[in-house]
Write a protein that binds this ligand. Structure first.
Ligand SMILES: [Zn+2]
Length: 67
């Protein structure tokens, strides 16, 4: 039970290497949330931030800081 609660509150996070990312929802997570199966592909730019959330599915893209 406690396991499930943790999973629900945790946003799906993707590590990316560029500030510009694209998201189309993805079937896997959409089923868990019980909302629409994916969404139109959108492109997002983090600008000066190091992370961005997809406004459609809430997926979080985090810039992978590696040198
Ligand atoms: Zn999305």
């Amino acid at each position: 039970m406690t396991k499930n609660a943790t999973t629900l509150c945790e946003p799906e996070t993707f590590e990316v290497t560029t500030h510009s990312v694209s998201c189309d929802g993805g079937a896997k997570h959409a089923q868990i949330q019980g909302s629409a199966n994916g969404h139109p592909k959108v492109f997002m730019d983090m600008g000066q931030m190091d992370s961005v959330d997809c406004k459609y599915c809430g997926k979080r893209f985090v810039l992978k800081a590696e040198f």
